[in-house]
Write a protein that binds this ligand. Structure first.
Ligand SMILES: NC(=O)c1ccc[n+]([C@@H]2O[C@H](COP(=O)([O-])OP(=O)(O)OC[C@H]3O[C@@H](n4cnc5c(N)ncnc54)[C@H](OP(=O)(O)O)[C@@H]3O)[C@@H](O)[C@H]2O)c1
Length: 328
């Protein structure tokens, strides 16, 4: 029989809405490397092993397959719907028709509600899935508070209609949040942000906690299998950083596991991706045992290298200098 993790030992995060969210979720973006079938089979194994949170998105092009697996899990009596915490996200080309996008995700996932629905990026700038890093869309535009709030209003209506339990923002900055938060009727319950030892985003992380917005960390291991378009010569590998490797030696585990323990203990909810059973089991189990010491947490703070991996350059608009413009 496959190994399982004691679900009762996985820490929970309380959202301001009152809902509970597991402190580790399973990422479902196959990074152009893993097929929808591979990802959805991993979802089955991961939930059977003890995962209760899935990070989904329409742009990952596998929600229909994941929906079939969720049905199988419910039919097999592995979990109940109420025990699961499922996220999805509206993609950039559907900012003007959020309800339609959410209804498609609900149908694909086979759900009557989504627990947390994100605006995936704060720009309506579209690029085709899998396009190369140099491609640009001439219709792309810089961030507009007005346009973003129009999209957010549609998200608020989804909560009011009962289609989603909570809404969140993703790929935001403190400056953008300061502009939009005072305009929200329904505040975001969570913020999805890139976060790993070499890119800790301390200011944004602290801002989220101060505003009772749960920070969820993507690329928590430093996304070693990310697509070519998201790689540059300056990038560092989190699992090779001296601080991470030193702590991994203390605990006799893979450095990936240290990235996750650090995230969970910091108060972040990491959403590591893996289709490999031993990996996804250790990624959840590590949150239930053998915590890092205060000294190790301090040492890992020093792993910061300001290394943003998902730069988002394909969303740049004509006239923008470089990808830093997306993160102002
Ligand atoms: N909101 C957004 O804009 C956004 C952006 C990016 C990602 N995300 C979400 O975040 C999730 C995670 O990000 P990510 O997939 O880019 O990066 P990640 O979780 O940091 O890295 C995943 C890769 O790490 C390796 N790995 C996983 N567990 C391991 C272990 N225990 N030991 C050794 N290696 C391990 C695997 O590589 P191998 O497969 O090569 O073994 C796996 O493919 C995505 O799936 C997606 O749900 C959201």
């Amino acid at each position: 029989m496959s190994e399982t993790v004691d679900v009762t030992k996985v820490p929970l995060r309380k959202l301001y809405t009152g809902a509970s969210m597991p402190a580790v979720g399973l990422g479902t973006f196959g990074s152009d490397k893993y097929s929808p079938d591979q990802v959805s089979e991993a979802v089955y194994g991961a939930i059977k092993a003890g995962y209760r949170m899935l990070d989904c998105a329409s742009v990952y092009q596998n929600e229909d397959k994941i929906g079939k697996v969720i049905k199988r899990l419910l039919d097999d009596g592995v979990v109940t719907r109420e025990e699961l915490f499922i996220t999805s996200k509206v993609w950039n080309d559907q900012h003007r028709e959020v309800r339609k996008a959410a209804e498609k995700s609900l149908a694909d996932l086979g759900l009557t509600y989504i627990d947390l629905y994100f605006v995936h990026w704060p720009f309506p700038n579209y690029h085709a899935p899998g396009c190369d890093g140099d491609s640009r869309n001439p219709d792309s535009k810089p961030f507009s508070v007005e346009e973003f709030m129009d999209t957010w209003r549609q998200c608020e209506e989804l909560v009011e209609a009962g289609l989603v339990k909570a809404i969140g923002m993703s790929n935001m900055t403190v400056s953008k949040l300061e502009k939009v938060l005072p305009l929200c009727k329904i505040k975001p319950a969570a913020l999805e942000m890139e976060c790993h030892p070499s890119f800790q985003q301390e200011e944004l992380f602290d801002f989220a906690l101060r505003h009772e917005i749960a920070p969820i960390g993507f690329c928590p291991i430093g996304s070693p299998s990310r697509p070519e378009r998201d790689r540059t010569a300056e990038d560092v590998a989190d699992t090779e950083l001296e601080e991470v490797v030193a702590v991994a030696k203390n605990h006799n585990v893979h450095p990936a596991v240290i990235c996750l323990k650090w995230a969970v203990q910091r108060g972040l909810t990491p959403i590591p991706f893996s289709v490999k059973e031993p990996q996804y089991i250790s990624n959840l189990k590590c949150a239930t045992e053998d915590p890092l010491t205060e000294e190790e947490m301090e040492l890992l703070k020093k792993a910061e290298r300001n290394c943003r991996l998902v730069k988002g350059q394909v969303f740049l608009w004509p006239g923008a200098d470089d990808w830093n413009a997306l993160w102002e």
